[in-house]
Design a protein around this ligand. Structure first.
Ligand code: 13P
Length: 252
């Protein structure tokens, strides 16, 4: 059983299209197809430019959100066919910032994940607990609810088309990385949840860690048996730092 490592850059609300070019100029020539899967997730406005630049390279491109319907009266939203139309390969779904600031629910996410898979976009489904939930011993209950609800509408044979990112909220943007052991334990638990759907598929699903991943801690995190990659925020804004994290996955 081997899972190809995946390193994704979540640029969040950073970088204009021109700033994206400034990142890609040094970054793209440093990437080769035999390394980990590398995914860049820019804002909607830079997506087209980044997709054009990455076409024909090994680097893939994902959005940071999408709607579950294909079209309709949903002001401000973007759909799966629209993303596919400009050459996008995947989509981050259920990031904690979208859950926290934009009221995204697990019921919405179940529909979004299903639609992404049906449309042929690779979803990166995020889950993770708050500090308070971890302290009160509720981490497993929170992860179970998120993961099992958000994947409920995905057919079992398609489960391995979903990438999962475990991002403990207390570790995002705080510099407080989960220890290798904490991240491994939570991700192993998430894999055990997938086993309740299908044992063989659970071994194929890639589960990433996210939360203050930096060049200095990437290799140790990526060396853990159940951690198949990283979803990187702050350190992914710099091509050298992100390149170092990608290189660490190659060594893992
Ligand atoms: P940081 O790497 O900045 O902690 O962000 C993690 C994250 O939220 C990636 O989606």
């Amino acid at each position: 059983m081997s899972r190809r490592p995946c390193i994704a850059a979540n640029w969040k609300m950073n970088k204009t299209a021109d700033e994206a070019d400034d990142f890609l100029d040094p970054f793209l020539p440093s990437q080769s197809a035999d390394g980990p899967e590398v995914i860049i997730c820019p804002t909607f406005l830079a997506l087209g430019r980044v997709a054009e630049r990455c076409a024909g390279t090994s680097v893939r491109v994902a959005a940071q959100n999408m709607h579950f319907d294909d079209s309709g009266a949903y002001t401000g939203e973007v759909s799966a066919p629209m993303l596919l139309d400009i050459g996008v390969d995947g989509v981050i779904l259920g990031h904690s910032e979208r859950r926290q600031y934009f009221g995204e629910t697990d019921e919405d996410l179940a529909r979004k994940v299903r639609r992404a898979v049906e449309a042929g976009l690779e979803p990166i489904l995020c889950c993770g607990e708050t500090d308070a939930q971890r302290e009160s011993g509720d981490m497993e209950a929170v992860l179970s609810h998120q993961v099992l609800t958000d994947l409920a509408e995905v057919h079992t044979e398609d489960l391995d088309k979903v990438v999962i990112a475990y991002e403990p909220i207390w570790a995002i943007g705080t510099g407080r990385t989960a220890s290798d052991g904490q991240a491994q334990e939570a991700i192993e638990f998430i894999r055990s949840l997938l086993r309740t759907r299908d044992d063989a598929k659970a071994d194929l699903v890639r589960i990433l860690y996210g939360g203050s991943v930096k060049p200095g801690n990437a290799e140790a995190l990526l060396g853990m048996p159940d951690i198949d990659g990283a979803l990187v925020g702050g350190a992914a804004l710099d091509p050298d730092d992100f390149g170092a994290i990608v290189a660490a996955a190659g060594n893992g």
